[in-house]
Write a protein that binds this ligand. Structure first.
Ligand code: NAI
Ligand code: XMP
Ligand code: K
Length: 497
């Protein structure tokens, strides 16, 4: 029997309002299965499948090699930003794909006849690798740990005199499970270099392995391509020079490209989509950003394999203030998805995700994945070091359209090559330390699964089907939103897991 209770998505999003995630609330459905049976596997593009619906933003304070590796290990994907020269971006892609162990350690190399005079020689590396040639192509003879070096009285002494002698190497396709076995077998080793194609590409440490063992495990597995390497995406622009950038990325083995623009429905982007599809027919290309059916239709006709949705919804975005264009993110995701689904083009809900509930809403309203910037920027895997401010550990997070990011690399794109007027569409800020994505993303996915269970959706397909049929939702008034949050307490501590 049908009850007159709540609104269908179609009715709710046809009222002339731009709604965002917090404006709407879903009415629960019927739970007929355990939470473990919720399957969050999904599609990033027509041809790329993921085990979790998570994508990291192509921003220079969010996604470089370390984030891309971790996102792939989790079963999602990272999109490497383009705010650096093409060869550097390509090398970040290559590094991310060079090992299947989810931690990146940027090893430092020396030869046996070298000495280490200062702790700074370790840079951020956990140890120094000693090879006969003193570089990554040489034959491994041993390694030096920080504590081994600290205990030295004579810092001038040569590495050959105190290094831990070892020639043990782990192959690049050793994932966490294989690395656990490796360290169990090699009881004396604290570190093992990882080798690929005759080159040492990274180093794994016993401590990392132990730490990762304590993290929650995701069922479903990692994002691995046909060559057994992590899947990694990269952003490019729509200028002539981006064709050369793309060549570098292709050589590095990039699996998907995102045409990174705030307003994707342009002559430039349509030309670029056609160029990419013609030149590299095997490569999936994601177009955007779009927020309307009209914009999406143009890019779908041009041949995109995926669409990125969101304009001005990002935490660091000022586009709606500056340019007066954009859309509430819930409406944008619903409207674009309802068109894109007719063509089998998956939608990425980009921006405005600050909790697991927002992810449930984005996915239920039709998105196949969510792209996140601020949600991931405070993690250990995001680029940059933590700073301590008023007793809190913070990491910098900035918009790619902020003045600071523009002057770092995207001037040509932003200002027009000859223009001298800089108009920011983003801000520079900071986010709190959240620890490793390898730890908090699995908890977040468990929360999303619970949301799906409450709705009565066992998969993304179920949720998408329900949104077209039985799902009911409502707009929350201001008071209802207050009620939905924590309220009326003198103090509280919000700990999610
Ligand atoms: N999602 C969002 O709401 C927003 C995102 N951003 C982010 O900021 C960054 C830059 O975004 P946009 O400024 O939109 O970059 P964009 O590269 O699309 O546009 C910058 C300027 O270059 C022009 N342009 C692009 N290709 C051209 C060509 N071939 N010939 C001549 N002119 C050309 C555009 O029309 C525009 O005026 C991206 O990382 C984007 O994701 C910025 C603002 C909003
Ligand atoms: O208006 C903008 N000015 C900017 O400078 C800017 N930089 C990034 N982005 C977009 O914001 C998304 C990340 O948003 P969140 O932090 O909310 O996850 C990203 O994925 C982008 O879509 C920008 N938007
Ligand atoms: K905003």
């Amino acid at each position: 029997m049908e009850f007159e209770d709540g609104y269908s998505a179609q009715k709710l999003f046809h009222q002339g309002y731009s709604y965002t995630y917090d404006d709407v609330i879903f009415l629960p459905g019927y739970i007929g299965f355990p939470v473990e049976q919720v399957d969050l596997s999904t599609k990033l593009t027509r041809n790329i499948s993921l085990n979790i619906p998570c994508v990291s933003s192509p921003m220079d304070t969010v996604t470089e090699s370390s984030m891309a590796r971790a996102m792939a290990a989790l079963g999602g994907i990272g999109i490497i930003h383009a705010n650096i020269p093409p060869s550097e971006q390509a090398s970040l892609v290559k590094v991310a794909k060079s090992s299947r162990f989810p931690v990146l350690s940027n090893p430092v190399f020396r030869s046996p006849s070298d000495s280490i005079i200062s702790l700074e020689n370790f840079a951020d590396a956990p140890c120094i690798l000693v090879t006969d040639s003193g570089d990554c192509r040489g034959k491994l003879v041993g390694y030096v740990t920080k504590s081994g070096w600290m205990n030295l009285t004579d810092k001038e002494t040569r590495l050959a005199n105190y290094m831990v002698k070892s020639s043990d190497l782990a192959p690049w396709d050793c994932d966490l499970a294989k690395m656990i076995c490796y360290f169990e077998e090699k009881a004396g080793n604290e570190f093992t270099p990882i080798v690929k194609g005759g080159e040492i590409v990274d180093v794994a440490g016993r401590e990392d392995v132990e730490r990762l063992r304590g993290y929650p495990r995701l069922v479903g597995g990692s994002s691995v391509d046909a060559n057994g390497e992590w899947m990694v995406g990269a952003a490019i622009g729509t200028r002539e020079a981006d064709k050369e950038r793309l060549q570098h990325l292709i050589k590095a083995g990039v699996n998907v490209v995102v045409l990174d623009s705030s307003q994707g429905n342009s002559l430039y982007q349509i030309d670029m989509i056609k160029y990419v599809k013609k030149t590299y027919p095997e490569l999936d290309v994601i177009g955007g950003n779009v927020v309307t059916m009209y914009q999406a239709d143009n890019l779908i006709k041009a041949g995109v394999d995926g669409l990125r949705v969101g304009m001005g919804s990002g935490s660091i975005c000022t586009t709606q203030e500056v340019c007066a264009v954009g859309r509430g993110q819930a409406t944008a995701v619903y409207k674009v998805s309802s068109l894109a689904s007719q063509y089998g083009v998956p939608v990425i809900a980009d921006g405005g995700i600050s909790n697991s509930g927002h992810i449930v809403k984005a996915l239920s309203l039709g998105a196949s994945t969510v792209m996140m910037g601020s949600f991931l920027a405070g993690s250990a895997e995001a680029p940059g070091a933590y700073v301590v401010q008023d007793g809190r550990r913070l990491k910098k997070y900035r918009g790619m359209g902020s003045l600071e990011a523009m002057t770092k690399g995207s001037d040509a794109r932003y200002l027009g090559d000859t223009s001298k007027l800089k108009i920011a569409q983003g801000v520079v800020g900071a986010v709190a330390d959240k620890g490793s994505v390898l730890k908090f993303v699995p908890y977040t996915m468990q929360a999303v699964k619970q949301g799906f269970q409450d709705l009565g959706a066992q998969s993304l397909k179920d949720a998408h089907d329900m949104t077209k049929t039985t799902l009911r939702l409502e707009v929350r008034t201001g008071a209802a939103q207050v009620e939905g949050g924590v309220h009326g307490l003198v103090s509280f501590e919000k700990k999610s897991f």
